[in-house]
Design a binder for this molecule. Sequence first.
Ligand code: GLU
Length: 467
Amino acid sequence: MTIRVRFAPSPTGMFHVGGARSALFNWAVARQGAGQFVLRIEDTDTARNKPEWVQGILSALSAIGINSSDPAFEGPYFQSANAGLHRDAAAQLFEAGRAYYCDCTREQVTERTGKPDAGYDGYCRERGLSYAPGRALRFRTPDDGETVVADRIRGATAFPNRAIEDFVIARGDGTPLFLLANVVDDVDEGITEVIRGEEHLSNTPKQQLLWEALGHTPPVWAHLPVIVNEQRKKLSKRRDKVALEDYLSEGYLPAAMVNYLMLLGWGPRDDGPEIRAFGELMAQFSIDDVTKASAFFDVAKLKAFNGEYIRALSIAEFIEVCGPWLRAPHAVWAKDAFDAKVFAAVAPLAQSRIAVLSEITSYVDFLFLDEPVLDEAAWSKAMKPGAAAMLRSAVTQLTEAEWNAESIRAAIEAAAAEQGLKLGKAQAPVRVAVTGRTIGLPLFESLEVLGRDRTLGRIEAATAKLG
Ligand code: GLU
């Protein structure tokens, strides 16, 4: 049997990193089994649905290496297009006696059971109601026996059928609920393995009953561990940064994201490095090795991965990916102040230092701004007593120096010696005077690229400011 997996997002306007991980794991399984990856947009919640969100899903998938032009990719299919099939399935279950209509309100159920959160009590089971607006269709769960869900990650779990309430499969207006629509679509699309987030685990016994009642063999299930933040709380869009788009637009490289996401709940069997090529990750992935334990979304680790990916780029690639940050709205300098040659001169120095592309502007802005940024904290940290004298010595020495990094270094060393300072201490006021910051590219190379006139002008301005 050909493997057919699917990724079934509900469009919400952003692409959750957890969704990205599910998509990647499904993609790996499809590719390994020479199978198909089906994209199904679960768009029945029409009030929240927008066509541009579908485009967003397709471009996010393509950013993480899942291209709709790949022969393994099928779809997108739209759940809304299957509405007829959903209704047919509901009718089939009703006619076979596997479902019944119910007109109970929540209040009535609570009154009868005495508990507000108790499941349905089966009141309408034998009332023989037919459809009328306002009557929900409930699945009649078996009275005895058990439903055994075999999950490739969690093993087999037996659910006594008695404990599964008669759940609603179609609303009072006849529209099918998620539980049913999702199963009918999986059946229709010939899905053989359902690999999805742990939050759907509780739906699984109910959905397995639906597969069987509709006359089909249930798929293989695999529920991926929940992704948590530093406080071990499930990643949530209210609390955490969860949108893949946000990471990409902050300057995380798609390849680094993919590598990191693949390791959320899974790891290669060998003890080799965690940084691996896409093809290797896809080939080595095994759903059976995915853990049950929740996966910590460690932004610091992601950042470290990203730094490694940045350093692995060729210099030309690095300059290319920095492009968007060197222009408005990210760049703080005037458009015509930017000089690609100047940037190219410092690019290798920046490449070895930044972990996220958005950091690039703070490393190079001193080259393209008329005056360095004024960071008060940096200023007070560097401009200790004696700073003015150090700056004056620096001006004297630099005025005489040849303008290359080596001579600049010698000049600053000489100035430091005059002031009885260690080189590290002596550099700080010069750096802040010239770049406005305490952290940045190597100082001597920075000054070389900035040029003598601008360097001396800035040091003199800072000295004047110190009085
Ligand atoms: N649309 C569901 C979700 O986004 C998918 C459910 C499933 O994968 O079965 O959570």
